[in-house]
Ligand binder design. Structure first.
Ligand code: PMP
Length: 303
């Protein structure tokens, strides 16, 4: 990947040559915020939403001004061009920067601001239609999951446990059986034709995909309730009356066909899930100037 370009504190250089000091607080303390933005047809999808979340998250950790002089709204599209990414993502990270190791904030901080673009193919239609599998794990993360922090150890361990269990994604569960979210995705259930997902609070990340799924579902006439659901509710629903899907920037909507050892619904991607995926794929294609892709599903006659 010789053409990958890094933006680091105002300079552009080959990604492989990027260096950050050992005492960068992002490295030593996980004291940073990040974003991942989808690139499609060389264009950034929902860039404003991501930059707005970055600003909000930086403010939440007292780093309000850290990214403001960097004009990321220009730098990120520029990186996509410089790195010749047609389909993939842009990664952005802002840390409290280099300072002799102390827990308390350095005054003043010298934040590290970096970003790079990387090519990555979209999930193939065959992969989408095969569906994804989730592995439930106790949610042992901190109580500010709404902050997209670079402290990702709990997610790393959960996703690795899921991989070793033969599943694609971890499913963070509260003690009382409530489904919170995936290891790096939000989770929706379709119960009795309506969508349910965990409400926005400190226990989940407010995903950009989640937000657009809700908007599009409402436009399409599906009822949406931001109300937590339990794994029991999903598993006890009659086959064909329940669907589950994940929502994330890098994978859009992925139909869930198995959670742990249990099959979801009839074990195939649900009709509402595929209908919403078609809506989102069409909307994104139009946004980036591509022909809308062929539909994967059929819109159910009644909602
Ligand atoms: N929840 C968590 C814990 C995540 O890491 C992610 C991906 N960053 C999401 C949800 C989905 O968010 P988005 O749609 O903004 O990618």
């Amino acid at each position: 990947m010789d053409n990958e370009v890094l933006y680091l504190n105002g300079d552009f250089l080959p990604l492989s040559q990027g260096r950050v000091p050992v005492e960068d607080r992002g490295f030593q303390l996980g004291d940073g915020i990040y974003e991942v933005i989808k690139v499609m047809n060389g264009r950034l999808v929902w860039l404003e939403d991501h930059l707005e979340r970055l600003e909000r998250n930086l403010a939440a950790v007292s780093l309000s001004e850290a990214a403001s002089g960097h004009h990321l709204d220009f730098v990120l599209p520029d990186l996509v061009v410089r790195s010749q990414v047609d389909h993939g993502f842009v990664y952005v990270q802002v840390t409290r920067g280099f300072a002799p190791r102390e827990f308390v904030f350095p005054n003043p901080p010298h934040p590290t601001v970096l970003a790079y673009a990387r090519s990555k193919p979209a999930p193939a239609v065959s992969e989408i239609l095969m569906g994804t599998t989730l592995h439930p794990v106790r949610d042992l993360r901190w109580a500010r999951c709404d902050i997209k922090s670079t402290n990702l150890l709990a997610a790393v361990l959960a996703k690795e446990e899921a991989r070793q269990a033969g599943a694609h994604e971890a499913l963070f569960m509260a003690e009382d059986g409530v489904v919170r979210e995936g290891g790096s995705s939000n989770v929706f259930a379709v119960l009795d034709g309506g969508l349910r997902t965990h409400p926005l609070d400190n226990r989940i990340l407010g995903g950009i995909t989640r937000k657009h799924v809700i908007e599009m579902a409402l436009q399409e006439g599906y009822p949406v309730e931001e109300r937590a659901f339990t794994l029991d509710e999903v598993m006890s629903a009659p086959a064909g009356r329940c669907e589950v899907f994940t929502a994330s920037t890098t994978k859009d909507i992925m139909p869930v066909v198995r959670i742990g050892s249990q099959v979801v619904g009839d074990g195939k991607p649900g009709v509402v899930t595929l209908a919403l995926l078609d809506v989102i794929r069409r909307a994104q294609a139009i946004l980036v100037g591509l022909e809308p892709p062929p539909a994967l599903g059929v819109r159910p006659a009644s909602v």
